[in-house]
Structures are given as structure tokens and as C-alpha cells.
Design a binder for this molecule. Sequence first.
Ligand code: IPD
Ligand code: CA
Ligand code: CA
Length: 287
Amino acid sequence: MLVSDSQTQSSIIGGKSFTAVAINCAAKAGEWIKTKLGNYARLDIKQSPQDLVTEVDKGAEKLIRSLLLTHFPEHSFLGEEGVEPGPAASAKALEDVKDAEYLWIVDPVDGTTNFVHGFPFFSVSIALARYGEVIVGVVYDPMRDELFVAERGKGAYVHGKRMSVSGEETLATSLIATGFPAEPAYAQPLNLKGLQAIAPQVRNIRSGGSAALHMAYVAAGRLTAFWEIGLNSWDLAAGALLVQESGGAVTDTSGRPYHLGVRNVAASNGKVHEAFVGALVKAEAAE
Ligand code: IPD
Ligand code: CA
Ligand code: CA
């Protein structure tokens, strides 16, 4: 099984593999989330009717946090549900911990809108960064029981099989995903500009509603590329490593290298990256 095969000294402390613990957390949380589909008790609105949270998001984060910190009490933790809504609070929360030696970055339910509506496309996203560089990324889709795992320098896997990005060389043959941001002043118009420019140039567009799963699908070669405006570190950290370790490219929408603070992301199979980012920049849809 991939976890034990890919363990090395660098990812083991005191006999505990970071990756094995991350997988265990994602699996436990995912199983519980799945039992709550169509069955949650409390729906709250964060900043707008598009920005939702349930007791399942909060409960899953609590579960993951307590498991991680039981194993690694010295590590830092950044989870979506521990941060006030809005980009300023997210940026501040990241700034406070981003240089920690070990930082866990967690989105307990990526795709809450889907979860609330019973649309079966959401995921648990768990990443571990060391001094700001992601070294472990796990994205788990409980509905399909698909576990996507990457360790820096050791590749990325789904169902224990090595993943690699797709082979398309042109935008015309590309299947590209995006997310439709809720924020109406900045992110929505920029996304729509991008959509208008990209849609006529590609084979087709998809939008599933989970940024972390979209990134995992780029890594698995199921999507050629993905872009979205206004994401947070917890949406992207695990997925970014999945894409990189599968041979793809991850930058911001202007083509600058990925780091934890990137909010406007462009991820692809690498082969179409220049054309993809070029099209977004040309459309003034990049930032
Ligand atoms: C959201 C999902 C969605 C994306 C939004 C994210 P959440 O995360 O990733 O696909 O379009 O921008 O906020 O709120 O469900 O964790
Ligand atoms: Ca999210
Ligand atoms: Ca979430």
C-alpha cells in the first residue's frame, strides 16, 4: 500500500508518518460527513446566502484538528472554520502561522454548497506545510471513496496508483474547470471575464463546486486545467501538491509560482499552461 511504501525518514517523526495520519484524519472525517448528507441539523449563512456553513463543517474540523494535534502537539493548525469569513481575516490568519516549522492546513468540507444541496461532489482537504512549503497533500472524496495523496518528491497517487496529468497540448482539446465565486464586487466579474475568454477556445468547461477536487482531477488527468478567483490557502494547499507531483503546473492566474498565499489559481497539465494563463491575462481576467 502506498503509505508504507512511500514513507521515509523525512516524513516520519517518532515512528508516526505525517501522511498516514493525514489519510486517517481525512478518511474518518469523510466517513462521518457522508453519513450526514441530507441529514445536517443546522445551516448558517456566513457573509452572504452563497457562503454557507453547517455543524458538519465545524464538527469535521474539530475531529481533524484534535486527531492531528494528538499525534503532533507541537504543530500549528490553520482550518477554515477557525477563521472569520472574508479575505482580510484569511490573509491575517495565514500570515500568523505561515512560517511555522509544521503547519496543517485543513478544509474540512470543500464544497459545502454541494453538501447542503445533496450534490455528491465535495471533499476533505488536508495539507502539511514545512516552513511554508507543502510537503503532504491529501484530498478525500467520501462519496466515491477516492483518496488522492501526494508527498513532496515522491509522486501522487489515487487508489494507490501513481497519477499523472493529462496529455492535451492545446486549449482546443482541453477540458477545463472553474469555480464561480460568491464575492460579487471583485471575484465574480473577473471569473466571468475569464469564462467568456476561455470557453470559446477550449473543448468544454466544467464546474463541480469543490476547488480541492478540481485540483485532484487535474492531477489525475481527468481535467486539463482549472482556474478560480478568490480562493484560500485551505482550498488549494493539498491540491497544489497533487498537481505538482503529478507533473502539472500550479501558478497564480498571472503565471507567478504557487505559494500558500495564492488566491487566484491556475493549475494545468503544464503543456497548456502558457496558453491558458496567457488567455486569462489577455482577457484581463487574471487579477
Ligand atoms: C468553496 C468550494 C467551491 C469554490 C469556492 C470555495 P467551501 O469552498 O471550493 O468550489 O467555488 O470558492 O469557497 O466554502 O465549500 O469550503
Ligand atoms: Ca473550500
Ligand atoms: Ca469548507
